[in-house]
Design a protein around this ligand. Sequence first.
Ligand SMILES: [Zn+2]
Ligand SMILES: [Zn+2]
Length: 541
Amino acid sequence: MIERKHKVYLQNFVERNMHILPQPKKIERLNGSFCIDKNCDIHTNPLFLSQANRFAELVENCCGFRPSVVDDMESSRVIFNLDETYRHEQYSVMISDGVATVIAGDEAGCFYAVETLRQLLSLDFKQEIVSCENCYLTDQPKFGYRGLMLDVCRHFFGVDTVKTIIDLMARLKMNKLHLHLSDDQGFRMEIKKYPLVNTIGSVRGGSEVVSDGKRYVDEIPHEGYFTQDELRGLVAYAQERHIDIVPEFDVPGHCIALIAAYPELSCSGKVTEVRKKWGISKDILCAGNDKVYEVVRDILDEICDIFPSEYIHLGGDEAPKERWCNCKLCKQRLSELKLGSFEKLQTYMVECFREHLAEKGRKVICWNDGLGDDANGEIVSQVWWVHGCAKRTATKQINNGRKAIMSATPYVYFDYPYSVTPLKKTLSYNPLGGVRASARENVLGVEGALWTEYVADTDKLFFNLLPRLDVLAECAWGYHTNKFFRYLREKFAVYSALGLTFNGNINDNGPIKRRATTRKFWHENSNVEVDAYKAAHADKD
Ligand SMILES: [Zn+2]
Ligand SMILES: [Zn+2]
């Protein structure tokens, strides 16, 4: 990692208050200002004690003294109150007459109020006096599902990186981290009942790379998986920050790592290796073999033991049916069930697992290209594939009652270079586009996707993620104004202070011309941007 400093940003920054991102529903500046000194006490409703303590800790880290939490409200200058009429995640902050009063209806709302105070009072930076202008602010999100997907399969990123991402999300009031835990190139969760999933399925012999315009497999082993204890730790860490981790076990496609460990789960039963190249494999789980159903259910049981999430993601994307067409067991299953098409056989297979999860009180999410109109109406569609007639199909399903999470590739796929998907493009994303007014409540929210075929290290990971995460949160929270990019520049001081790579180039469309080139070209040249960043900062720092 390069030592990163942004002195210019910091100098400009301390002269004014931090603006709030995502922008709140309503903020009104009032006359006068508020400051916190050593005599500042905090009073809180007992329900919000942990948030009051968290606020005290932020102040302590910022200016070296810790406000006391006291019983006496009269003498207190920061007050946390409960109002049960407030909705989930709703809060307000009133700062006037020397007192800051937070009101929330639940712990999540109070957590977000503290994040707002962190920004208003610039608590991320060392100061002798903490102060801000008086204001009145009311806030609640437009969308209940505000997510980010991280692909830890194509490249494995461990506990520390995931915790950093959780922290960044919490600052932005996001609440769902979707972990893509299984794919052709690696299975990333410890499975106790099937240990070969890890000894074989979590290791691959090499990775497809592009260098000097040449594409090849580097034959450098890449491996890693989360132990169940680590995952429990991450779940708890995220929960403290009001983030649910949504686990994904992708079936029946994208399963080569599992098949490498247990070849009998594919149609051919042939021994294969964990896939080194990217792209789509023709080998998928056999839909006619009862053993497949048993193993998938067992793995789902272990997933449910660890992740309390309301939603379990079953993938379902990019599952070519070529092998099924030539498999005795699959053809037999098809005719027994009188399904008529192999697409319907996938619907049947997913339905078996959905029923299993429903018995445990869980709901299922699938990628939209795996969801035919015949798929169970309870399955939530994650709408990523919007080319051709796919967008119309997905929108029709939403209008007919299917719940959805919006992740359209051209807007919120963060593996793409900025010159292909500029920040302004992401900010222009309207997740409700095409959805009838009466069906809008079916859109649960928005999720960005960070695929990692071409993201091999944390420098590129954070460069591609920041500040797109801020833009995504702005879309999901839902009160965008034209001040956004001005406020966003202030946030760069935080990213610098955290030592993270980020793209500070808001307006430049960069070296890759979108219209003239192909997706393959974007990927092959996608290191250009982060390399330019690193070169520029290596000079200055
Ligand atoms: Zn720098
Ligand atoms: Zn088969």
